[in-house]
Design a protein around this ligand. Sequence first.
Ligand code: AMP
Ligand code: GLY
Length: 460
Amino acid sequence: MMNKKLRVLIVGSGGREHAIAWKVAQSPRLAQLFVAPGNAGTESSQWSAVSGQSATVGNVSISAEDIAALVAFTNEQAIDLIIVGPEAPLAIGLADALRAAGRWVFGPSQVAAQIEASKAFSKDFMARHHIPTARFATFTEFREALKYLLSIDYPIVIKASGLAAGKGVILPNCADDAEAALRSIMLDKEFGAAGDEVIIEERLSGPEVSLLAFTDGVTLKPLPPAQDHKRIFDNDQGPNTGGMGAYAPAPICPPALVEEFTRSILQPTIDGLRAEGKPFVGVLYAGLMLTTDGPRVLEYNCRFGDPETQVILPLLETDLLDIVEACANGQLAEIEVKWRSGAAACVVMASEGYPGKYPSGREIRGLDATFDQAVVFQAGTQLSKDTVVTAGGRVLGITGFGADLREAIERAYTAVGQIEFEGRQYRKDIGYKAFSGLANGQAEKNERLQRIAARNEQTN
Ligand code: AMP
Ligand code: GLY
């Protein structure tokens, strides 16, 4: 079984899915790869031109949430293995439907995906299994929530329980803000049904790290820890986004801590889900905050992170198809997962106006440039005739590699400077948090900002 050539379908259309496709396409075991619906980067016509890899890859125009059409497609095309990128299709049961049709699926069942899709479920789950998380209370009635809010005297975070595309978490600055947030989520339904249930949670502080692991439901293999950059502007200013950049491995979480968190957090999560009859297959993602009282789980995701995947998969040495197949078949214990030394950093180039309203259809230039130790993962892009144009908020993720993080960041920004589209915006400080001590980090950052500014002046 381990040597069979595979026909593979990736579900999704973002930078994460392009990165998964890029890695899968390196497998000698790949027979054919489809991406549904994909983006311009995963179109067969672009694949060889931009990635330099032979084109056994192409898009299928089926929405990631059209379960019936995806099942029909996998039957017609005799797909061996499906990798589900985003959470939304998992939360509505795509993996269950594909498994029922006899397919191997990398991605959790609908009940296991609740670990992300319902924050109320995930908080209660953590409480049941003694997994460290912030103190919390759950409400379905606005009046009750408000009464509770007035009864506590510590800083809080308000979260819509359901999926809200990364926007359902509010950090109010004062009691009035908190009440307004509760009103808009519970009464005005700002996030629709996602706000039917609300969590009020103790506000913690500390650096954050994304710790992900492959799992077949029993065995876990952790991935290099990564750090995301959620805010739109430098110095973590401005509104939250889907993620403006990432780097890995995060020095804040050295191998000994990865081992400890795997034992104390990830493994009990997988064991707890299995014990409750919800075995979890795929990637488990724990968003951790490292507080002075120890690590706390802020959230789980039931899938690869975006843009974390764009820095993690380039560090993977083992054939991703071997791993994914082993997870889908309950054989992960038999696989040795190897990682390269060195580091990767990803800078997201976004549309003007993102995370608010943004224009689309703007021509992207420079994608066919030669990049030094960097790769461009496309996200919100599409083909307009033969031209790649913007078609989303986060447009591209440019990943640089290096022997260390400094080199990786440098190469990512050099490649960013080779790409242009009107109104492009990106953070200039991706990765600076990694450098020891805030004072050092600031000096590094200032120096880099100057270098980038000088370079951009030359190229513009
Ligand atoms: P989540 O979607 O739950 O990860 O929340 C998004 C972001 O909100 C996190 O990455 C944190 O920066 C912040 N956040 C969430 N929960 C807390 C908390 N209890 N204390 C402080 N910050 C939080
Ligand atoms: N980068 C955050 C996420 O994927 O949810």
